[in-house]
Design a protein around this ligand. Structure first.
Ligand code: ZN
Length: 97
């Protein structure tokens, strides 16, 4: 029963520098313009809990979602309500930037 398609998120989330190791890793290996594009995309992609409607960006969770399209559901533990439930991934184009 380990067939859930969970996003690749850091277990610890962003560290003191505001980025998770995976975010810093990709920023380090990509040219600056790619890194900015990656961050913008990851911030635009949100995951919303079906249980409590709590919403968080992939970037905020220490993850990356880049050049992705289509809405996807992930079965994962919610940071807000603490329950394992379906989280809807969707892209929010203009997020108060
Ligand atoms: Zn929740």
């Amino acid at each position: 029963m380990k067939s859930y398609n969970e996003p690749h998120l850091s277990k610890n989330g962003p560290d003191g520098h505001g980025m998770s190791w995976i975010q810093r890793f990709f920023k380090a290996i990509f040219p600056t313009s790619w890194g900015e594009s990656m961050e913008t995309d990851s911030r635009a992609w949100k995951l919303r809990c079906n249980g409590c409607s709590f919403e968080q960006s992939f970037w905020h969770m220490g993850g990356i979602r880049w050049k992705a399209y289509g809405n996807q559901s992930n079965y994962m533990k919610c940071k807000s309500c603490g329950e394992r439930s379906w989280h809807q991934a969707y892209k929010k184009e203009h997020d108060g930037v």
